[in-house]
Ligand binder design. Structure first.
Ligand SMILES: [Zn+2]
Length: 330
């Protein structure tokens, strides 16, 4: 019986506001072995079981071959379900458990899932922004900007590191400069308050675009288009529009400052990991010094922040991998 269950596959998922990634893994320790993964538009479906059904059929996998499933979802998980911003249906682990003969089904917050990947990522999947010196019993912080802004922690407790979620992305945005104070005024008028995700996310790039273009956008970015964040970063990297260059500069500075805030709040002497889909696409901007200057600018504790390792997670499937690591541990 044990031998039979050991041969079963793991189903992992990373359910975001825009994209849902599903993957099949073989059990292996510490890192489950990825067999295949596919991405789907979250809004093209009405429920998580519908996406799982398409994935299993496309991959020719009978659900009875799945021993354990684990999904990360971009929202707070309460009673095995999560509501995602901009997604009109709930992500509910029980629906998957009812729809398929899978041994056990688990749901984590997406950053909590990503935290499980930190132990198994290779050096080649990480880009070092600051070497620092990781304390073996230190906490670890994770921040990830993509469609939204996720934050998560690995608390060092009794010799183990325990992943825990956070909704820090919806905490208040702290303005540090005159141009950020003007941004907060604009965001408060528009949304009633300014949270961190209003600035550091795909939507944040659009919000920053509005306040950085007094003379119009030379790159002609259409802010109503869902691809606007990518168009803004492309224009900034190619330097085709000075306003878009300012957008990316403000974005990276705010991202570094918030990563520093999270590092302070968690005393992340074990290291800070930058996940999410945006950072790997703007590596030249992330490495030009702006991010780390803002990260360290935390007197009187700048010395502590200078000693923390800071790394970009270049593997954009880290959330999926982390969900598989969790499933592998069950
Ligand atoms: Zn522009």
């Amino acid at each position: 019986m044990i031998a039979k269950s050991m041969t079963k596959l793991l189903l992992a998922g990373d359910v975001g506001g825009t994209k849902t990634l599903l993957g099949l893994f073989d059990r292996a320790s510490p890192r489950p072995s990825r067999i295949l993964a596919r991405a789907y538009g979250t809004l093209d479906f009405n429920a998580l079981p519908d996406i799982v059904d398409v994935f299993l059929r496309e991959s020719g996998t009978h659900p009875e071959r799945i021993g354990t499933a684990c999904f990360g979802a971009a929202g707070p998980v309460i009673d095995r379900a999560a509501d995602l911003t901009n997604v009109p249906w709930r992500v509910d682990a029980r629906e998957v458990a009812h729809a398929f003969p899978i041994g056990s089904v688990h749901l984590l917050n997406d950053l909590q899932a990503m935290a499980y990947s930190v132990w198994v990522l290779n050096e080649s999947e990480l880009l070092v922004l600051q070497d620092g010196h990781a304390l073996p019993d230190g906490n670890i912080a994770i921040i990830a900007a993509g469609t939204g802004l996720g934050e998560g922690l690995l608390h060092s407790i009794g010799g183990r590191r325990i992943p825990s979620p956070s909704e820090g992305g919806h905490a208040d945005f702290a303005a540090r400069t005159e141009r950020e104070i003007a941004l907060v005024r604009d965001l408060t008028q528009r949304y009633g308050r300014a949270d961190v995700e209003h600035v550091i996310s795909g939507r944040g790039l659009v919000n920053l675009h509005r306040v950085c273009h007094a003379d119009g956008c030379r790159a002609g970015v259409d802010l109503e288009n869902p691809s606007a964040p990518a168009a803004i970063t492309a224009a900034a990297m190619a330097q085709t529009c000075p306003g878009c260059v300012d957008v990316l500069d403000m974005f990276v500075e705010a991202y570094g400052a918030e990563a520093g805030n999270l590092a302070l709040r968690s005393v992340a002497t074990g290291g800070v990991f930058i996940g999410g889909g945006i950072a790997p696409k703007i590596v030249t901007a992330m490495t030009n010094g702006t991010f780390m200057r803002a990260f360290r600018d935390k007197k009187p504790l700048d010395g502590m922040l200078c000693a923390m390792p800071v790394k970009i997670v270049m593997n954009e499937e880290a959330g999926l991998l982390g969900a598989a690591v969790y499933a592998n541990s069950i």
